[in-house]
Design a protein around this ligand. Structure first.
Ligand code: FES
Length: 161
């Protein structure tokens, strides 16, 4: 495989991201796995690494950007220590999801779609976790939690702290 130069990229992430791409053989059909590994290494997928990945895989930056923005599991900005993904789809909303979201915002000190100022919590919306009959549902640091009641949110958040 010919060696690719990444010298034009003024980024501390150029070398590690290029290594990840190379570990996947610089194959465009490994883009999802590469983005997963980049996020595992950096904690998120910053904009500055998109052209590096695009060059390594011989894709356009727009193609890489399209994938990163399509899948909500890729974070474009650093997340909090704990990531709470709350379901906003219909079944969970009709089971009291709005009240749970309000309680989560109060307990974590942040708004849906944001990260708390102390960096402890990120609140994200997701649209169906496959737990519809047991809503409102959430993923808390990757673990599914069902039938969340607003009055239990404080305890859930305290457990994380
Ligand atoms: S609607 Fe919330 S888990 Fe399906």
């Amino acid at each position: 495989m010919p060696k690719i130069s990444f010298a034009e990229f003024d980024s501390a992430h150029a070398a590690p991201v290029a290594e990840i791409c190379l570990a996947h053989g610089n194959k465009p059909d490994h883009l999802l796995e590469i983005l997963h590994d980049v996020q595992g290494k950096l904690g998120h997928v910053p904009q500055e690494v998109l052209p590096i990945i695009a060059k390594a895989l011989n894709l356009s930056r727009a193609e890489v950007h399209g994938v990163v923005t399509f899948y909500h599991d890729y974070h474009q900005h650093p997340t909090g220590k704990h990531v709470i993904k709350i379901c906003r789809a219909e079944a969970c909303q009709s089971a009291g999801g709005f009240a749970v979201i309000a309680a989560l915002e109060k307990a974590t000190g942040t708004k849906l779609g944001e990260t708390s100022a102390d960096g402890r919590f990120t609140l994200e919306a997701v649209y169906c976790l496959g737990l519809c009959p047991m809503g409102p549902a959430a993923l808390i640091d990757g673990k599914p939690v069902a039938a969340i009641k607003p009055k239990k949110v404080d305890a859930l958040v305290k457990e994380l702290a």
